[in-house]
Design a protein around this ligand. Sequence first.
Ligand SMILES: [Zn+2]
Length: 64
Amino acid sequence: MTHVLNIHTSTLHKPVDEEETGLAVCGSLRGVPQARTQFVSEAELETYDGVARCGNCFEGTGGY
Ligand SMILES: [Zn+2]
């Protein structure tokens, strides 16, 4: 599973797609420059410190 990370705020979101825009399902990355977002895999996440998962993107999905 690929996530999209807002590097600036260290917040993890679900991407609307895994190819292009880096926009989040919750819409909070709208207007955020792509230079401030990065696609990360679940494995790559372990290399980031202090990343918080977005409640809007991940709540209700279970296991988070
Ligand atoms: Zn989100």
